[in-house]
Design a protein. Structure first.
Ligand SMILES: [Zn+2]
Length: 148
């Protein structure tokens, strides 16, 4: 179990630091991983953490072979109206094929492709609706591997 970017106090509790508090007295613990597979091989994963007080979830994207790609110290912020999801691109291969995102229930998400183009993808009920992209919610796949 990795805990990069987190401060662990002697009591074993994990502090959020000064970056972001989800609630007044956050108690963040590791919840579960979600593995990302291509042809039954795990190419990456999403680590899911949860605050025991407000139940908010936090996710960290892990590409295989890279310890941490996030430049955010502590847990990334997520809005009350957003859920953690993964966008899967049918146009890309390998590690470029997926990306951890925050999905609103409805609307448009700006999605940066591997070649740095910005696409505007439509979201309908926390799911991407697009010919070349699909998505799934992290909360539906805890402790599982998802074939993309
Ligand atoms: Zn909290």
């Amino acid at each position: 179990m990795m805990m990069q970017g987190l401060n662990i106090t002697k009591s074993g509790k994990i502090c959020m630091g000064e970056i972001y508090n989800c609630c007044e007295n956050p108690q963040i613990t590791y919840l579960a991983p979600v593995n990302i597979n291509i042809n039954e091989r795990t190419i990456g994963s999403v680590d899911v953490w949860r605050c025991g007080v407000c139940k908010k979830k936090f996710c960290e994207e892990k590409q295989l072979g890279i310890d941490s790609i996030t430049d955010i110290v502590g847990m990334p912020r997520i809005g009350d109206d957003e859920k953690w999801g993964v966008i899967v691109s049918k146009l890309q291969k390998g590690k470029e094929k997926w990306k951890l995102v925050r999905l609103k229930q409805n609307g448009i998400i700006k999605y940066e492709t591997a070649d740095e183009k910005i696409l505007e993808l439509k979201i309908d009920n926390y799911k991407i609706v697009d010919d070349f992209h699909t998505s799934f919610l992290i909360e539906d796949h805890l402790n599982r591997a998802v074939e993309i």
